[in-house]
Design a binder for this molecule. Structure first.
Ligand SMILES: *Cc1c(COP(=O)(O)O)cnc(C)c1O
Length: 494
């Protein structure tokens, strides 16, 4: 007999109704955002773990000792996985927080004078480092990657280093194309210049650690790698809210902290950006690593590797599409094959694949600062559950290609094309656009068919993604950033 009131049940029923309008988080239908182990038991375990720590405040592990012991275990798990027997670190709320802390720790350890200091990173490194640079008041120097391999060339990184540089960054693997940067060569460079090297393994670290095929060295076994970030809420299969940052150097780790007693309240010691913090992410990730152990992780990675190979072979067999470069892990991107007589637009393709029930992630083209272009692509993140739907997915990729073959790039909405012309003709400058207030920006969005007032609870009614991609490709990037800010702010405040 339930002791809960009727309102309790109505409230939960309402949430369930809203959840039913979300993209499917299970079943392998969405190849980004979600990392489904395919094991229902893991979801139950993570949920039960989160519930057990629900009232806990992770702010003070001396009061809530369970937080301290779970953090010790997770750091030890990551230290072993990434072969850094002496590494130390902190559990964070996610990849962005780990990346920001990597930059903060390096900045405060190196101590550049305020307003100076730069990080040097490949163009393909995650945008979280741009966020870190802006928050911390340092410069982010992005170095073009080789468009064929999408790996950064160490000599190009070397050329971007100057007296201000206090940190090098590389990815294992990067998000846009799944390539591993040449970590060993970059680490040699870092050592020669006496700079720390952060390896961002947020995306695939916990998959690469058990990858069944040989990989180029990328973790703490490479001398010169001084920190690694890796997300439990990606290939650690935990619900969102758990990542880790590890350092080889104790002092550099400590430089990431914030501590003060210079206020009248309780003494503050924060290893991460948050103050009061949920222990739910920590407990869920702890429960999953404790339950699976390294062998469980290896068992989940094997089908990912097999499914990735099958999917890449399926794309290779499609005339008109090509996998970008030679990605090593569980993620890859697909572009129009430049060597084909009949290249297929990758976004027409993803739209057609969506008709067959699978959601792939569209990425706009990107002009690097040396003028070379990384073309528009479609991204696939392969997870254990992908193996269970492999035949259907391969059929969707192949049938989608047949459907998209011969279709031109989708035309941009007219209002956007008009806006782009105004920029090209000089009738509108970036400064003009950035000076627009929120109401005018919103009006421009609505005119472009990107209407933030659509009802999120009506499935499929949300947003016109091709229009957003077109806006990103057509308009100056700072303008699209402003428009996207307006979109999301209005979406939450319709
Ligand atoms: C996801 C990701 C991040 C950022 O992580 P969040 O958990 O989304 O904040 C950083 N780097 C890479 C390579 C990623 O894939």
């Amino acid at each position: 007999m339930s002791t809960h009131s009727e309102q309790y049940h109505r409230t939960l029923a309402e949430l369930a109704r809203r959840r039913a309008t979300d993209a499917p988080t299970h079943g392998g239908r969405v190849l980004s955002y979600v990392y489904d182990s395919g094991l229902a038991e893991l979801d139950d375990l993570a949920g039960a773990a989160a519930k057990l720590v629900q009232p806990v405040n992770g702010l003070d592990p001396t009061v809530f000792g369970s937080v301290a012991t779970m953090e010790r275990d997770l750091i030890a798990f990551a230290r072993t996985a990434f072969h850094g027997p002496d590494a130390v670190g902190s559990v964070t709320s996610g990849g962005t927080e780990s990346c920001v802390l990597a930059v903060k720790a390096a900045r405060d350890h190196a101590g550049p004078t305020p307003g100076t200091g730069s990080i040097v990173l490949p163009a393909t490194a995650h945008a979280a480092f741009d966020k870190a640079a802006r928050l911390l008041g340092v410069r982010a120097v992005r170095v073009p990657v080789d468009p064929a391999t999408t790996r950064v060339r160490p000599a190009d990184l070397a050329a971007a280093i100057d007296d201000d540089t206090f940190l090098l960054i590389a990815s294992a693997p990067n998000y846009p194309t799944g390539a591993l940067d040449p970590i060993a060569e970059i680490a040699d460079l870092a050592r020669a210049r006496d700079l720390p090297l952060h390896v961002d393994a947020c995306l695939g670290g916990f998959a690469l650690a058990w990858w069944p095929e040989p990989l180029p060295a990328w973790d703490f076994r490479v001398p010169g790698v001084t920190s690694i970030s890796a997300d439990f809420h990606k290939y650690g299969y935990a619900p969102k809210g758990a990542s880790v940052i590890l350092h080889t150097d104790r002092d550099r780790h400590r430089a990431g902290f914030f501590a003060t007693t210079e206020w009248p309240g309780y003494p503050i010691v924060n290893p991460t950006l948050l103050g009061s913090r949920s222990a739910a992410g920590l407990a869920s990730a702890w429960a999953i690593t404790d339950y699976l152990g390294p062998d469980g992780f290896a068992a989940l990675v094997a089908p990912i590797a097999r499914a990735t190979a099958s999917l890449r072979a399926a794309v290779d067999a499609i005339d008109g599409l090509a996998v970008v470069g030679a990605p090593d892990g569980p993620v890859f991107a697909v572009v129009a094959d430049p060597t084909s007589a009949a290249p297929i637009d990758p976004h027409r393709w993803s739209a057609a694949v969506a008709d067959h029930g699978f959601t792939l992630q569209e990425q706009p083209s990107y002009t690097q600062n040396d003028g070379t272009v990384l073309p528009a692509s479609t991204h696939l993140t392969v997870t254990p559950v992908t193996a269970a739907v492999l035949d259907d997915l391969i059929a969707a990729l192949t049938d989608g290609a047949a459907q998209a073959r011969g279709q031109d790039r989708a035309a941009a909405p007219e209002a956007l094309a008009g806006l782009a012309q105004a920029f090209d003709a000089g009738a509108l400058t970036v400064d003009d656009a950035l000076a627009l207030d929120s109401a005018s920006t919103e009006a421009a969005l609505v005119a472009a068919g990107i209407d933030p007032h659509t009802d999120p609870a009506v499935a499929g009614d949300a947003l016109d993604l091709p229009a957003i991609i077109a806006a990103i490709e057509l308009l100056p990037r700072p303008v699209t950033a402003k428009m996207l800010t307006e979109f999301l702010a209005s979406y939450a405040n319709p």
